[in-house]
Write a protein of this length. Sequence first.
Length: 437
Amino acid sequence: MRPPGFTPGAYWGAMNATPTDTIVVRNSGALGGTVDVPGAKNSVLKLMATTILTDGTFELTNVPDIVDVAIMGELLAAIGVEMIRPEPGTLLLTNSGDITPVAPYELVEKIRASINVLGPLLTRCGEVRLSMPGGDDFGSRPIDMHVSGLEDMGAQFKFSHGYLEARCERLHGADIIFDFPSVGATENLLTAAVFADGRTTIDNAAREPEITDLCNFLVAMGADISGIGTSKLTVVGVERDALRPVRHHTVPDRIQAATYLAAAAVSQGELDVRGIRPTDMTMLLDRFTDMGLELTDIDDGLHVRAPERLRSIDIATLPYPGIATDYKPLIITMLAVADGVGIVTENLYPGRFRYVEELQRLGADVTTTGHHAVVRGVPRLSGAPVKAHDIRAGAAMVVAGLAAEGETTISGVHHIDRGYDDLVGRLRAVGAGIERC
């Protein structure tokens, strides 16, 4: 079912992609030119869910043209928020007030960000029925922190027949301390606390730029939030008529930005990557510099120049402001053609090394043990058929193809469509030998 009033276009073309679609990459030498980075998938989906909180029409700009936005639009339509796309990069979401606090399985199972309707529905409607969310398959990501935090605020939960049901006449403020700075739990408790009675504190909260974007969106709507950008957030509940719809520009996608930096790196190229905020990527950019990339600030972005060959480094994933796990497939791909041996440690999702066997098919020398991958760089990879197991791994296969002799064919590209706005077109525009078949 399409959302009422949703404008057909690239979203639906991507959604209708068949499982046999492939991306073919041929080594074409150094990339050169300018790439524009769109808004962040990991922000816009949460902003969309937040429009459940109050009536009226919201305008979101800098919206990436990706499948996950269309899926979230379908989910919101089922709940009662209508979405239209008046022009590329812009969404209008209209909440008429006729909200149904049920998120159906056939939509929820497609996208993990569907869990973000939990907080807004519960705090606005006092009840919610939600199928357990889907998304990328790279290890267990339970929602126990979401549930325990909302229970501290007065919610009662029941799991039955694959559905999570929650009720509460009105949530109340609570002091919540996370064992781990979970992004999803921070987002759900933030939105739930907006209408809670009293003050809610979230200690050891996630600090990602996308969390800050959500906080700024809520504050513009009329929410009372302090500590934005820190690990301790304080929300003072407001009355339900205190919020208003707003216009909001989505923060740029730092993962897409890193993908184009990696593409320049493995191709020995030189790019202007525009539309990004280097301050959101400080630690990653520092490590890219350690690998030999020359990074220079330009208006609205970075200029990147790659060396003749990258240097190997050791690196570990950590919660923000550390190295995000989403960067890791790109980093391992870069290390695969770097000079030396690098060790990559995964501290967040231990199952997220599935793509390594695909890199090995391309000739990469990578060995994994538990949370660690040892990468021995080789001068050049060799083209072969490979598969995208998830969004970021799929993008890493495309980047690897740029560093491989011959032809690399990537299947499972519907994963890439979920998170990348015209990856093929943007790379082709800067000289990549790439096409979608």
